[in-house]
Ligand binder design. Structure first.
Ligand SMILES: C[S@@+](CC[C@H](N)C(=O)[O-])C[C@H]1O[C@@H](n2cnc3c(N)ncnc32)[C@H](O)[C@@H]1O
Length: 481
């Protein structure tokens, strides 16, 4: 019997990489005896032959399931989730928005009955208000088929919520006969697949380009050597700057890879170091910058001659007055006068006066000049909701509608109370005939109409009053009660 047990152990170790400690060996003996009795194969050799044969596939799967019963629950290790929500996701999202890349790929490896994967989907919807306009893929894999079947159903008992705040449970699950069912929209975000992490040939091609990989409390099943090999595949499947979440006791293996341990409250999360990124080229950067400056200087006429009655450097209030007056002229449709006024003080420009110059170029259909202003604004002020909105206006003027929509969403992502992008989206969807999205956007616009910051409201709303805009929106559709 001992020999047979060992053969069976070797079979599972070789084929699936399982590592059996003494406790597990005892459990295995007990389990094997029961199984042999149940299927009537008392002879040990025959039983081993049976599970290795084609006809014994189901029995083999039964044993796999039994060996890998996965303890898990929603938001397990709450500190990792806290770091994910407050630090890691915001970092990834900011980086993606800067690259105009609205996609997110996450892999929950060893997902067991799905609690980890659904926790990910929930956090995403909590943190990205317009997650529907992102391409979000959560791939959830496990070796254990019955765990995956359970996960696909998305129905859980109270026990799965031991670390879940009540408000999350009540918001995203419906209770029926003492069980909790996840809302179906979350199921659509996740693809459950069976995958044996122990592989001699690597994983299928689509296991690549992940922004985040969760592989928690899985590597503990494997011998050190196999755990390292598994992590090597995962490392290769991770994007540069991507993150990997391991279980508490699994971090030691990470030191063999180019993974930087990042320390958060009560947790360590690993980030892949950017190894392939080309070296920073100061010369190229300088050249681009100088060329850009040249274009801006050509576009903006020279300052008028010094006048004896005014000091050379404009004061702050001079600049404010110039901006206010130029905005007034712009809103009255006197675009050339507004431009002249701004050209008087083309130094020390504030964000809003630069954007006003850019909006004037859009009105004049000089899209190239508007783009130059956009670049300059980004260089000086980084990405603000207003710069995203300005970029969206440029795209709209170029008739690049999907980019314009993305720009509006980016602006809203950075500041949900920004009225104008909601309004603009309403207008775009109206033209596209997309009633549902139009109504949603106009509804959001109305919600923020009276709370938005008045300066940017004045800049983007071309002199229209809040009363006018309210009547205008309401005239387009009847609001739901
Ligand atoms: C303890 S659960 C972890 C669940 C979840 N990741 C967590 O931390 O809450 C471990 C999971 O690893 C899976 N597993 C074990 N060996 C595996 C293998 N070779 N390939 C894929 N999954 C495996 C088991 O089936 C089990 O569902």
């Amino acid at each position: 019997m001992k020999q047979i047990d060992n053969n069976i152990l070797s079979f599972f170790t070789n084929r699936f990489g399982f590592h059996f400690d003494e406790d597990k060996k005892n459990h295995l003996k007990y389990l094997l005896n029961n199984r042999k009795k149940k299927i009537g194969l008392i002879n040990d050799k025959e039983y081993l032959k049976f599970i290795c044969s084609h006809g014994g596939k189901d029995e083999c799967q039964y044993l796999i399931n039994a060996f890998t019963v996965g303890e898990t629950y929603f938001f397990r290790n709450k500190y990792q989730w806290k770091a994910l929500k407050s630090k890691i996701f915001p970092e990834i999202i900011k980086r993606k928005l800067n690259n105009n890349d609205l996609s997110l790929r996450i892999w929950s490896a060893g997902c067991s009955t799905g609690e980890e994967s659904y926790s990910l989907a929930i956090i995403i919807t909590e943190i990205i208000s317009y997650y529907q306009s992102w391409k979000i893929e959560i791939l959830a894999t496990d070796l254990n088929e019955s765990s995956l079947d359970y996960a696909k159903k998305g129905v859980y008992t109270e026990n799965a919520f031991r670390d879940t705040p009540d408000n999350i449970k009540n918001k995203y699950f419906s209770k029926r006969r003492g069980k909790y069912k996840i809302q179906s929209s979350f199921k659509k975000m996740i693809t459950f697949e069976q995958l044996n992490l122990i592989s001699n040939t690597g994983y299928p091609k689509h296991y690549a380009s992940f922004d985040i990989i969760f592989c928690r409390n899985v590597l503990i099943y494997f011998s050190n050597e196999i755990a390292k090999k598994t992590l090597r595949y995962m490392y290769n499947a991770l994007n540069n700057d991507g993150y990997i979440f391991l279980g508490h006791t699994e971090g030691l293996i990470a030191k063999d890879f180019n993974l930087k341990p990042l320390s958060f409250e009560n947790s360590i999360i690993y980030q892949k170091q950017d190894v392939k990124f080309p070296q920073f080229q100061p010369e190229t950067f300088k050249k681009n910058f100088i060329e850009q400056e040249k274009i801006i200087k050509q576009r903006i006429p020279a300052k008028p001659q010094k006048n004896n009655h005014k000091s050379e450097t404009p004061s702050k209030s001079d600049l404010n007055n110039t901006y206010d007056s130029a905005l007034q002229l712009f809103n009255l449709g006197k675009i050339d006068d507004a431009q002249k006024m701004l050209n008087k003080h083309n130094e020390n420009q504030s964000l809003y006066s630069l954007l006003l110059v850019g909006l004037i170029y859009i009105q004049k259909r000089d899209i190239h000049a508007a783009q130059v202003i956009l670049k300059e604004t980004q260089l000086i002020y980084d990405l603000t909701p207003e710069t995203h909105m300005f970029g969206a206006r440029i795209h709209e003027a170029e008739n690049k509608i999907s980019e314009a929509i993305t720009g509006c969403h980016n602006a809203i992502f950075l500041d949900q109370s920004f009225f104008y992008p909601h309004f603009r989206l309403g207008e775009i969807y109206r033209k596209l005939g997309e009633q549902g999205k139009m109504k949603r956007s106009f509804n959001n616009a109305l919600k923020n109409l009276h709370i938005d910051n008045s300066e940017r409201f004045k800049l983007f709303c071309a002199g229209y009053s809040t009363e006018f805009l309210e009547d205008y929106i309401k005239s387009i559709f009847v609001l739901p009660q």
